[in-house]
Design a protein around this ligand. Structure first.
Ligand SMILES: NC(=O)c1ccc[n+]([C@@H]2O[C@H](COP(=O)([O-])OP(=O)(O)OC[C@H]3O[C@@H](n4cnc5c(N)ncnc54)[C@H](O)[C@@H]3O)[C@@H](O)[C@H]2O)c1
Length: 353
């Protein structure tokens, strides 16, 4: 079991990683009400043992459950059960659950205590950490959201036992991202452990989750609200990745889209002279080693290139005809670069056609 404690502006977050980490739930909510939100398909029999005064809220998960209308329904449930400030909300599930439940915990009575219990690799290494919550509005992703740090994050590797390998793959794309721009040691570890990871060796996965969580926490700690140009590093592969998602009508899963995005953005970094020789090769190698797509040809859906380029133009981060992007310089290191939109669109066309 590994424990990390981090202080953010107003909150102290404890992260507990390991098999049976869930037992730490017994330490929360003394004399308080505890709302346990979890997807209907994930049993909480194991969880119940550690809680006294809890209310069970089985919910829907997946992207449809991120519509704001569903959050309002969940808020009504809390209200009817008389939850008030000081009470606890536990979000058990993948990134869609921690995004939605984090959101309602942050706005209900100006904030309840939040405990995230991610059950997917993507949740454990990314979505449940860092305090961003988000729900969808008018079919646009994450238009509504808050910054709200959970007080505890419990990543119990036992949840991986039921997780399809396909879902592990999608999460590993984000782990590879940390390796490529922040952590050469993690890159080297990943290079050696593909079989262990896809065969669900839980002690290897524990190391992967720990190293990833540490990387994300360090970045978020330095730039919690994305105001200092540091948190942008987490966006590596995501500008082109979002374009791929948009160009496929959101049929390509995020993990696969950013995989193509990372290769493309590494190529742009190399061609613009920011990345050392070999970065593109190492990026492509590790992603294909993990059987992740490295070009649009390896995707299961066709990309509408006009739509994809349109998404780049509409990117929230465009300022004065330029887009601030994190470029890998060598494995484990990065640099912020202001890229003219027209230059980026030109490179993106080459990658996506
Ligand atoms: N807030 C953030 O910082 C942040 C960061 C990255 C992604 N996200 C969000 O995360 C979401 C994606 O997260 P996700 O990939 O975890 O999706 P998800 O929550 O939809 O889970 C993926 C699938 O795995 C299933 N599942 C979850 N845990 C399981 C388990 N232990 N065993 C078997 N099946 C299980 C779910 O039912 C679902 O079908 C997106 O909405 C994205 O916007 C948020």
């Amino acid at each position: 079991m590994i424990k990390i404690s981090e202080d953010f502006c107003n909150t102290s977050t404890q992260v507990i990683i390991g098999q049976n980490a869930i037992s730490h739930l017994s330490e929360i909510g003394e004399n308080k009400k505890v709302a346990v939100f979890h997807p209907k398909k994930i049993s909480i029999d194991e969880v119940k043992k550690y809680l006294k005064n809890y209310y069970d809220f089985p919910i829907d998960d997946g992207e449809e459950a991120k519509d704001i209308s569903y959050s309002l329904k969940l808020i009504k449930d809390l209200f009817e059960k008389g939850f008030d400030r000081g009470d606890y909300v536990v979000a058990i599930g993948g990134g869609t659950v921690t995004d939605v439940v984090g959101f309602i915990a942050s706005i209900y009575m100006r904030g309840l205590n939040l405990v995230n219990v991610p059950t997917t690799i993507l949740g454990m290494v990314d979505a449940a950490i860092g305090g961003k919550t988000g729900v969808n509005f008018e079919n646009v992703k994450n238009v509504l959201g808050t910054f709200y740090q959970p007080s505890v994050i419990i990543a119990d590797l036992n949840f991986v036992k039921t997780l399809p390998v396909e879902e592990i793959k999608k999460g590993i794309a984000e782990v590879i991202k940390y390796g490529l721009v922040l952590d050469k040691e993690l890159y080297d570890f990943l290079a050696l452990h593909k079989e262990d990871i896809y065969n669900k060796d839980l002690s290897v996965l524990e190391t992967v989750v720990y190293k990833s969580a540490l990387n994300k926490l360090m970045v978020v700690k330095e730039d919690e609200r994305e105001t200092k140009g540091i948190r942008i590093v987490l966006n590596f592969g995501h500008t082109i990745g979002h374009a791929v998602e948009a160009g496929s009508g959101f049929k390509i899963p995020h993990g696969y889209a950013i995989s193509v995005g990372m290769v493309c953005e590494a190529k742009i970094a190399e061609e613009m002279g920011y990345a050392e020789e070999g970065v593109v090769e190492d990026t492509t190698w590790i992603l294909s080693h993990y059987e992740l797509p490295i070009s649009v040809d390896s995707l299961s859906e066709k990309i509408d290139v006009e739509k994809a380029i349109g998404a780049i133009t509409k990117d929230k981060k465009v300022r004065g005809g330029k887009l601030l992007m994190p470029f890998p310089t060598r494995i484990g290191d990065w640099k912020r670069v202001d890229v003219p939109l027209e230059t980026l669109k030109g490179f993106a066309e080459q990658c996506l056609r």
